[in-house]
Ligand binder design. Sequence first.
Ligand SMILES: *[C@@H]1O[C@H](CO)[C@@H](O)[C@H](O)[C@H]1NC(C)=O
Ligand SMILES: *[C@@H]1O[C@H](CO)[C@@H](O)[C@H](O)[C@H]1NC(C)=O
Ligand SMILES: *[C@@H]1O[C@H](CO)[C@@H](O)[C@H](O)[C@H]1NC(C)=O
Ligand SMILES: *[C@@H]1O[C@H](CO)[C@@H](O)[C@H](O)[C@H]1NC(C)=O
Ligand SMILES: *[C@@H]1O[C@H](CO)[C@@H](O)[C@H](O)[C@H]1NC(C)=O
Ligand SMILES: *[C@@H]1O[C@H](CO)[C@@H](O)[C@H](O)[C@H]1NC(C)=O
Ligand SMILES: *[C@@H]1O[C@H](CO)[C@@H](O)[C@H](O)[C@H]1NC(C)=O
Ligand SMILES: *[C@@H]1O[C@H](CO)[C@@H](O)[C@H](O)[C@H]1NC(C)=O
Ligand SMILES: *[C@@H]1O[C@H](CO)[C@@H](O)[C@H](O)[C@H]1NC(C)=O
Ligand SMILES: *[C@@H]1O[C@H](CO)[C@@H](O)[C@H](O)[C@H]1NC(C)=O
Ligand SMILES: *[C@@H]1O[C@H](CO)[C@@H](O)[C@H](O)[C@H]1NC(C)=O
Ligand SMILES: *[C@@H]1O[C@H](CO)[C@@H](O)[C@H](O)[C@H]1NC(C)=O
Length: 526
Amino acid sequence: MLQKATLLVALLDAYALAAAVPEPTNHPALHHGSRVHDQAPLAAPDPAITPSPALNDPTKTLHRRNIIDDAKNDVKSYLTELGSNIPSYVADGVANFFQDFPSGSAVQTSLGLSDDQLAALPTSVLNIPPYGNWTDQGWNVRFHGNVYKQPNTTTEKLNDLANVFLIGTDIDQLSASEQDQARNLTASIFVVQQGNETVQMHLEPAPSAGSSGQSGGGGAVTPAGGDQNLTLPYNTTGEGDFDVFLPIANTTGGLLAGNETQEIQRLNVYANGSEIGNATAYLVPPTGLTVISDVDDILRVTKIYQPKEGLLNSFARPFTPWLNMPDIYANWSRSLPDTHFHYLTTTPEQVTRNYMDFIYKTYPGGSFDTRPLNFSDVSATLSIRKFLLDKIFQTFPQRKFILVADTSNSDIMKDYPQMAKQYPGQVQCIFLRNTSATDDDKFPYDTSGFQDLNQTTYMFFKVPDDLTNLDIAGGNCYNSTIPQNVTFGTQDELLGLHGAAAAVAPPGKGGLAGLVVALGVAMLIL
Ligand SMILES: *[C@@H]1O[C@H](CO)[C@@H](O)[C@H](O)[C@H]1NC(C)=O
Ligand SMILES: *[C@@H]1O[C@H](CO)[C@@H](O)[C@H](O)[C@H]1NC(C)=O
Ligand SMILES: *[C@@H]1O[C@H](CO)[C@@H](O)[C@H](O)[C@H]1NC(C)=O
Ligand SMILES: *[C@@H]1O[C@H](CO)[C@@H](O)[C@H](O)[C@H]1NC(C)=O
Ligand SMILES: *[C@@H]1O[C@H](CO)[C@@H](O)[C@H](O)[C@H]1NC(C)=O
Ligand SMILES: *[C@@H]1O[C@H](CO)[C@@H](O)[C@H](O)[C@H]1NC(C)=O
Ligand SMILES: *[C@@H]1O[C@H](CO)[C@@H](O)[C@H](O)[C@H]1NC(C)=O
Ligand SMILES: *[C@@H]1O[C@H](CO)[C@@H](O)[C@H](O)[C@H]1NC(C)=O
Ligand SMILES: *[C@@H]1O[C@H](CO)[C@@H](O)[C@H](O)[C@H]1NC(C)=O
Ligand SMILES: *[C@@H]1O[C@H](CO)[C@@H](O)[C@H](O)[C@H]1NC(C)=O
Ligand SMILES: *[C@@H]1O[C@H](CO)[C@@H](O)[C@H](O)[C@H]1NC(C)=O
Ligand SMILES: *[C@@H]1O[C@H](CO)[C@@H](O)[C@H](O)[C@H]1NC(C)=O
């Protein structure tokens, strides 16, 4: 959820700036994490809208620009209605900078921890469920995660810190369970990352309901062996991260070779010295189907495009599945044998545990990717999803991928169709939930990347049921009963920016202006 994560943080900052200024002494995070202070407002970047053919036609450019400007102004006025001074880069739908959560030493200072107190804390490992590929050297597993210490912070302090995030409301105004959730998430952000640490792993066969609490997914099987201890070849980075492919041994002859089976094998991976460093590794054969799924607003209700809701859904409320999406995934897991599920979100690493807990209670088990901490700088933030997508495509050059997300991420709108072009034959389906068709989402999205793709390979949809009865294995990913409205340009149903398929439908909230704009877009396409 790159754009959403960035957007969320940008919104937090925007709200923080607009809100009655919290006393800095009460909110050390603001000082030490440089979340809000010292950030001169950056100039709004050009939104990265890939030019459509119409945009390149000089006779049409002016008109086209006006439509896009109108859409942006509409978004801006919508955001202004929220009563906050939202910076224009947010209104452009391209929040281009990322202000990181507070870093290790800032957390230590803000919590007033001495070095001795810190040293006395137990070490924890965030062990992110890995995938492994089959190579000449055997199975090759990508271990990745983070080493940190979790300070024992008082409830009062956590309340103060949570209030930094809960803009527009106070933790006292939340229900008891929401307060717990807000404190829990805040605590997971205020951790002290441990650099230059050696990481050791213990592997053993994972029963179907692993001790990590994950239920098996995608028909994964338990191998007969694979017990072993490994020391990762590199120490953690300055931010406590580790991320390395390592061959594993076929101990007791219990692992099936990747060229002997189509089944995914499951191993439990325990990070030594951490009670909460358990994960499940998935050994994935060279051929077959892999579902790569985003999480926010496709697997869970986030509503990041409604800033206040997005904040509460991320920081206070329990994570909630989106409609009957769990049924769709459960059905894929049953009906598409040996499918590998990979959850790829660009949410900041610190909050990944909450995402994993939710996914493994609700969706098929599978490997996970999240935003590593060293990807916090601006340029990397904008390319993290592509980096992670490239990595998994290159790890499984013969597998076919089903890419799932929603339209409110501008990086996804660019990267998903790009994968289809860059790795011909590897993208089986792209499924995108159109949040602007069902929700109060006024952030325009760009469909120009889909221009050269065959409609059988992608579908914009509204509700999970639209995904039923599709012949995914046969490569028929389009439910022809679902109007697509695709303009191959900037779109938003609510703003009335949509294609010919929608032109006959009554205008929604866009009113008459929406209809006029819709007709204008339709004319440009013709
Ligand atoms: C499987 O791969 C291994 C290692 O590359 C090779 O030695 C073996 O012959 C292969 N088996 C089959 C059935 O292709
Ligand atoms: C954490 O702090 C609370 C209250 O300050 C205390 O009761 C508890 O024993 C502490 N736990 C640890 C593991 O230090
Ligand atoms: C947050 O809640 C989860 C689930 O109850 C728990 O496992 C985890 O330890 C909590 N995290 C923190 C930082 O308190
Ligand atoms: C890591 O720790 C070792 C042993 O204390 C030290 O020699 C080395 O310089 C450290 N490396 C970094 C990058 O801090
Ligand atoms: C790695 O960290 C260990 C301590 O965990 C230290 O003893 C060792 O020297 C470090 N290695 C390097 C190459 O820095
Ligand atoms: C992790 O695995 C160890 C060893 O099986 C177990 O003792 C521990 O309770 C597990 N922790 C979690 C959080 O599942
Ligand atoms: C892994 O290490 C643990 C403790 O360090 C030990 O008890 C166990 O026998 C080792 N397992 C293997 C397969 O070497
Ligand atoms: C592991 O060893 C067994 C027995 O020798 C063999 O059948 C199997 O193919 C091997 N698996 C791998 C992953 O090399
Ligand atoms: C396995 O994954 C690694 C890391 O992405 C990649 O370099 C390698 O080419 C892959 N091996 C095969 C046989 O696909
Ligand atoms: C799209 O794909 C379908 C199914 O593979 C094929 O029949 C059709 O000819 C393709 N259309 C175009 C325009 O390439
Ligand atoms: C298409 O979508 C409709 C409406 O959600 C659904 O009832 C139907 O099962 C879907 N699949 C096909 C192949 O029509
Ligand atoms: C297509 O446009 C119509 C009219 O605005 C709208 O009702 C429908 O939800 C849109 N469909 C999709 C998949 O966006």
